[in-house]
Design a protein around this ligand. Structure first.
Ligand SMILES: Cc1cc2nc3c(=O)[nH]c(=O)nc-3n(C[C@H](O)[C@H](O)[C@H](O)COP(=O)(O)OP(=O)(O)OC[C@H]3O[C@@H](n4cnc5c(N)ncnc54)[C@H](O)[C@@H]3O)c2cc1C
Length: 386
């Protein structure tokens, strides 16, 4: 019997495998991954110091243990180089081949690399998995000055975790306040004040233009000419779904690998989920949408076609200095944010479209307790676009 082959052992790959095994215990399952297949919870990378966890302690199970749990053959340190989509054949970088009844792509996303000039640019780290996090932690053992290039969600979370652990942290962000793409002004300003209060040097409205080197010190230069010395520099400028493998196989891609609501790509029998996927027009690189996608994919892979259902799942920002929950309004929908000081403290913001329908919200500080009330006011993700 030909196997189901899952490519990737992040949350997407392992969640899909677990859900598949709930519905089918007999079809062979093969998992292929470019890394070592360690199972871990990626969101814990950005609050590991607060939890007193080393990278090794974040590892939950080895590939071998996962293979036993899932009754799967594990192929680790192996990159899928190309896919013959009509024949569902995978070519691995070591020259071997695999034939599959069904293929699942859970291959994640790349960190955006601005290819900065300067002698120190190659030493700027980017954290998007356990290995790169371990590298960052090793670097953090050698020095205390950290510059984060990019003040989005991930940059802010690392800044809060590391400043609390005693590091001297600077964030350099091009927009006027941290998380400027996701948050309206009052909420973003509250986050900036809280990060500053926690000891982070928050530099906004500036772009990094180069990373130079002065002996052992990296020097991050911004477009106002200010030079920020660093022992460790980390870029956190957002993610770009890995689409090349699918595109080269003739599979439709947009902002991610395009799928329908059954997670099937334009190639029959080939599915995608997680950070690499654009599911019926939506790229949702967060754990809960991935878990929901996996719950639908399990029965689909086992023969019962099932559509993914996304309830309203606000994003929780792990900045203890200023807890935030937000549900982003759809891009391209005209409307306005109305933000106010919430009773009891914090900011409560609602985004209304021109028909007066609430389409997004943000809550900061003590106001996060109002989440359940606001969740009822906004449409679910699939219905929130038109
Ligand atoms: C620091 C940090 C904090 C976060 N915090 C939160 C949070 O609080 N809440 C939340 O909801 N989300 C959070 N996220 C996002 C969330 O963790 C991701 O959406 C999710 O983990 C992505 O899982 P994935 O399996 O799609 O991708 P990945 O975990 O990146 O896995 C991709 C897998 O594909 C493999 N692979 C790639 N290409 C190939 C190839 N060609 N051949 C074989 N294998 C390949 C890789 O080796 C890897 O195993 C956070 C992300 C980061 C980086």
């Amino acid at each position: 019997m030909q196997p189901v082959v899952i490519v990737g052992t992040g949350h997407a790959g392992y969640a899909a495998a677990r859900e598949f095994r709930k519905h089918d215990t007999t079809t062979p399952l093969v998992m292929v991954t470019a890394d070592d297949g360690t199972s871990y919870t990626k969101p814990m990378l950005s609050n590991a110091m607060a939890r007193g966890k080393t990278p090794a302690e974040l590892a939950q199970a080895s590939a071998e243990e996962m293979g036993q749990q899932l009754d799967a053959r594990m192929i680790t340190h192996a990159r899928v180089a190309s896919i013959d989509a009509p024949n569902r054949r995978l070519h691995l970088s070591d020259g071997s081949e695999l034939e599959a009844a069904k293929i699942v792509l859970g291959i994640g996303a790349n960190q955006i690399d601005p290819h900065l000039p300067g002698e120190g640019a190659d030493d700027v780290l980017a954290v998007n998995d356990l290995d790169s996090y371990a590298q960052a932690r090793e670097a953090l053992e050698q020095g205390h000055r950290v510059v984060l290039i990019g003040g989005g969600l991930i940059g802010c979370e690392f800044a809060n975790d590391w400043v609390n652990a005693g590091y001297e942290v600077t964030i350099i962000e091009a927009l006027d306040y941290p998380m400027g793409r996701a948050l309206p002004p009052q909420a973003g300003t509250a986050l900036r004040s809280a990060l500053t209060g926690a000891g982070v040097n928050v530099v906004t409205g500036r772009k990094v233009t180069a990373v130079e080197r002065d002996g052992d010190t990296l020097v991050v230069v911004d477009d106002a000419g200010e030079r920020h010395p660093a022992d460790v520099a980390v870029r956190a400028l957002g993610l770009r779904p890995r689409t090349r493998l699918a595109e080269d196989a003739g599979i439709e891609v947009g902002n991610g690998i395009r799928t329908d609501r059954q997670l099937e790509t334009s190639a029959s029998g080939i599915y995608a989920l997680g950070d690499c996927a654009e599911v019926d027009g939506l790229v949702l690189p967060f754990v809960m949408p991935i878990s929901n996608a996996a719950r639908a994919l399990g029965p689909t892979l086992a023969g019962t076609d099932t559509e993914v259902h996304y309830p309203v799942m606000p994003v929780i920002v792990k900045t203890p200095c200023c807890p935030i929950q937000f549900y982003a309004p759809p891009t391209g929908v005209a409307g306005e944010w109305h933000e106010e000081e919430a009773d009891g403290g914090g900011i409560r913001g609602l985004f209304h479209d021109h028909e007066g329908q609430a389409r997004g919200f943000v809550l900061t500080g003590p106001a996060v307790a109002q989440k359940a009330e606001l969740v009822k006011q906004v449409p679910g993700w699939f219905d929130n676009r038109y």
